[in-house]
Design a binder for this molecule. Structure first.
Ligand code: 8YV
Length: 334
């Protein structure tokens, strides 16, 4: 790149036009404005001559892709999760990765409650019943669900979103909050969230509602499988707003079918957008298509933060929200 040339950026998915316009003030931009579905090979072909990319959680950044894209310096994910990044390959290849934390915290926590309430109080089941014309009269136990207020909320994964859910549960619904996390929070943060640290097994045995908000990694794969579901109360509910793969969906479908647990609310799935057929067959699960951060103001803030990262990086100011510290990439493009 000469001093006069603008860096070339690929925007991998359709995003807000105003963000593309902003990027175009700084970069030569190729944007997938029609939101075409690209195979990994097509994605690589579009990225081959680019210096940077704005991606979503759907684009996999791995060694094979980096080998095909020698100019690439930075990939800015419009997502707080970045399990679509092979960080070892990016480190080795000298490619900076960034994510979009903070701006989606409260919105995603809100959705955790939307799913928790819908699941515990059988909202979508009730709507299906009504739409099917089955509602003939009131009865004392019609679609009776689980209490939310005053119950015990168990949160696995206590980062920003987990803490927001803890505050909402404790202050909004008078819930007793217990949590499990890789590391225990500082006492003042625990006090602010009114949350008590417990082991995973104790959490699963004790909680009335379990909410998963931990990042996906090989270590968190199937954090909830058949053995964990077996520990839960038969009246308990499970909510996953984290990532597919954290729950063994086949085991969960079986636990819901046999009423080993009462119900589940799922926004994310193993192999999404495919959904395990067993989950589609049971009534006691609320299913949503990965929309926990989906409000337009939040999605705009996520896209702007990804753009901020690209702009800051190429201006030499360093990325705002880096997720790795790559070694400098040798200039192979002359
Ligand atoms: C995104 C998410 O919508 O931020 C995340 O990690 O899961 C969602 O908010 C999705 O990843 C698309 O980028």
């Amino acid at each position: 790149m000469t001093a006069m040339q603008k860096p070339r950026i690929l925007v991998a998915r359709a995003i807000f036009p105003e963000v593309i316009e902003r990027l175009a003030q700084h970069f030569e931009v190729e944007a997938n404005v029609h939101d075409d579905i690209w195979s990994p090979a097509e994605f690589a072909a579009h990225l081959r001559d680019k210096d940077g990319a704005l991606t979503t959680g759907s684009e996999r950044i791995d060694a094979a892709l980096l080998a095909a894209c020698p100019r690439l310096r930075i990939v800015a994910n419009m997502a707080v999760g970045y399990n679509n990044f092979d960080l070892a390959a990016m480190d080795a290849g000298g490619v900076q990765g960034t994510n979009a934390p903070g701006v989606l915290t409260e919105t995603t926590a809100d959705f955790g409650f939307a799913l928790l309430l819908a699941t515990a109080r059988r909202v979508t089941e009730g709507e299906r019943y009504l739409r099917a014309g089955q509602w003939r009269r009131w009865s004392y136990d019609l679609l009776a669900g689980a209490e939310v207020h005053g119950s015990t909320l168990g949160i696995i994964g206590m980062g920003r979103i987990g803490q927001a859910i803890a505050r909402g549960g404790a202050y909004g619904f008078g819930m007793r909050v217990i949590y499990h996390n890789r590391s225990r929070l500082a006492p003042e943060v625990e006090a602010e969230c009114k949350a008590n640290y417990v082991g995973k097994e104790e959490l699963l045995r004790t909680a009335d509602h379990v909410v998963l908000v931990l990042p996906y990694s090989p270590e968190s794969h199937h954090t909830i499988g058949a053995p964990e579901l077996a520990l839960m109360k038969p009246t308990a509910t499970l909510v996953n707003i984290a990532r597919g793969g954290i729950v063994d969906d086949a085991a969960l479908a079986e636990a819901l079918r046999t009423r080993r647990i009462a119900a589940a609310g799922l926004d994310v799935f193993e192999g999404e957008p495919q959904v395990h057929p067993g989950l589609l067959e049971v009534p006691n699960v609320v299913l949503t298509p990965h929309i926990a951060s989906a409000t337009l103001p939040t999605r705009l803030a996520m896209a702007q933060l990804a753009a901020d990262n690209l702009i800051a990086f190429f201006a030499g100011r360093g990325p705002l929200t880096p997720v790795n510290q790559p070694r400098p990439r040798s200039d192979t493009n002359g």
